[in-house]
Design a protein around this ligand. Structure first.
Ligand code: F6P
Length: 544
């Protein structure tokens, strides 16, 4: 394997650095004034999504240099290796094939000598049959009552995607069913999610790729007790529990019949799994046809990502722009503001996808990276966010590039309100880009002493992503857009975007501390002084 040169020393990086020096003070006002065709040229459509990236602090030269960087770093070659089933997750020696989860039946992707597409569709078909049975009332609980409540127990990738998708696609979901999502090991999460549910009518979906995660296994055990306390018969588990996992042995050990298990594979990362069996709650909510429409949206973006040249490739452009701000402007974060109440959990979902993928300090060869990697992703839906933290984006001292997401047609019957929502979306992007000068403020007759407070510097960059409507197809395309943007960033930095070793240490230490919190007497503690004192304080004050 050839070792890639350190990034900052490459010709393409140096060219970008020199270019940054030349353009960093260019204003968006000047760029737009000098170029009437800018908005049209710096926008594109793919998989039903429209991206206007003209309000970014870039020139045609910036984009040319970024594309050259992508080529020099082998982004296209790594993408092709992913689609070909190669083991590009080097630290875990695994293929990375979430794209196979939404590939049509006639595709072929071979991993370790085996075409994985037939297995993918076999699981989807099994999920569809189960969903239909549950939605029609044919799947009965242990005491013969139809299931009315579905509780997904999972955490991280086994929670955020299902919860996000359920809220996003609520308009498409079966309203006769109640859905709850339990993740936190805090007992309050389980108690509150189940307190008004009837165990006779409740199905638990235990979602865990590994089936070993402390939080999920603890909540699953609580669910089992909750069910058996009411139904009083071990046999009830078969009718009230299903598992989504890659670990059949652990599922069986927990007491769930593997006939009620929906499998997936080690080449699906947790944060890339909402379209695998992990999406069972989504499929039950919106039905198999809508779920397949969502997969088609994902796939349409996959095909675009796989085939479009770098310069017209939406996920690659988004990834390259993220690198541009992260590494040249020194921006630490990227805001994601969906102008859709239904996408309230989308930023949280993206946080795991982006930050678990690209929060890495060594490259694929195990050497320390020489530039900044993964930005912090964060956000809230607009317009709510406008009334909380937008102040800092408009007038603070930090540069925060923002992705803004909107839908042209509403899901709600209150169409007039949708116009207000969209007016705010467009206004914010305009204000962030072009601001308001001191002269403009003064011309409004403002007391000269107050003028500085009212100046908006502008030049706050945005990507504007629009879709026709928040449909299952649009959601799939949107998620795939961000997946491949993360991929592009990781390929530029030459890091492994598909492992997550950084979550392990805390898990190991927690296992050591658990018995120390409850042991009788005064256990000998061998942590640092701070941790020892915290444990002692907790032991003194913990309730019954
Ligand atoms: O601790 C992080 C993590 O491993 C994530 O990568 C994953 O999505 C989550 O935990 C849940 O893991 P599992 O699906 O195996 O329970």
């Amino acid at each position: 394997m050839t070792v890639k040169p350190a990034l900052a020393a490459t010709t393409e990086w140096e060219a970008l650095e020199a270019h940054y020096g030349r353009v960093k003070n260019e204003t968006l006002r000047a760029l737009f004034a000098a170029d009437p065709g800018r908005a049209e040229r710096l926008s594109l459509e793919a998989a039903g999504l429209f991206l206007d990236y003209s309000k970014n602090r870039v020139t045609d030269e910036t984009l040319r240099l970024l594309a050259a960087l992508a080529r020099a770093r082998g982004v296209e070659a790594r993408r092709d290796a992913m689609f070909a089933g190669e083991k590009i997750n080097v630290s875990e020696n695994r293929a990375v094939l979430h794209v196979a989860l939404r590939a049509p039946r006639d595709w072929k992707i071979v991993v370790d000598g085996e075409d994985v597409i037939p297995e993918v569709h076999a699981v989807l078909d099994k999920m569809a049959a189960f969903s239909d049975k549950l939605r029609s009332g044919a799947w009965k609980g242990h005491t013969g009552k139809p299931i009315k409540n579905v509780v997904n127990i999972g955490i991280g990738g086994s929670h955020l995607g299902p919860e996000m998708a359920y809220r996003a696609l609520h308009g498409f979901s079966d309203k006769t069913l109640t859905f709850r999502f339990v993740a936190n090991v805090d007992g309050a999460a389980f108690t509150e999610a189940t307190q008004d549910l009837d165990p006779h009518e409740t199905l638990f979906i235990v979602a865990s790729k590994t089936f070993t995660t402390l939080e999920t296994m603890t909540n699953a055990a609580a669910a089992r007790r909750w069910t058996l306390d009411a139904l009083g018969d071990e046999k009830a588990v078969a009718k009230h529990f299903v598992a989504l996992s890659t670990n059949a042995e652990a599922v069986e050990k927990f007491g769930i019949d593997t006939a009620n298990m929906f499998g997936f594979w080690d080449w699906v990362g947790g944060r890339y799994s909402m379209d695998s069996a992990i999406g069972l709650s989504t499929m039950i909510a919106i039905g198999p046809d809508n779920f397949r429409a969502m997969l088609a949206g994902f796939h349409a973006m996959d095909v675009h990502f796989k085939s479009a040249p770098v310069e017209r490739n939406m996920p690659m452009l988004m990834g390259l722009l993220a690198v541009w701000y992260n590494d040249f402007f020194g921006a630490q974060t990227i805001g994601v503001m969906p102008y859709s109440a239904n996408l309230a959990r989308f930023p949280a979902y993206l946080q795991q996808m982006q930050m678990e993928s690209n929060g890495k300090h060594v490259d694929m060869d195990g050497r320390p990276v020489d530039v900044q990697t993964g930005p912090v992703y964060w956000g809230e839906p607009g317009t709510d966010a406008q009334h909380s933290f937008y102040q800092l984006i408009h007038q603070g001292t930090k540069l925060i590039p923002v992705d803004m997401i909107g839908f042209c047609a509403p899901l709600s019957p209150l169409a007039d309100q949708h116009d207000l929502l969209m007016a705010n979306l467009f206004a914010q992007a305009e204000a962030l880009a072009f601001g308001k000068t001191a002269a403009e403020v003064a011309a409004e007759g403002v007391d000269p002493a107050h003028v500085p407070f009212r100046v908006f510097e502008g030049d706050r960059p945005t990507n504007m992503i629009l879709a026709d409507r928040l449909t299952p197809h649009a959601l799939g395309a949107l998620v795939a857009l961000y997946e491949h943007s993360a991929f592009t960033q990781g390929a530029i930095w030459n890091i492994d975007s598909f492992d997550q070793w950084g979550v392990e240490l805390g898990k190991v230490l927690a296992k050591r501390i658990i018995p120390e919190l409850t042991a009788a007497g005064e256990p000998a503690l061998a942590h640092d002084g701070s941790t020892n004192a915290l444990i002692r304080r907790y032991r003194r004050l913990r309730g019954g």
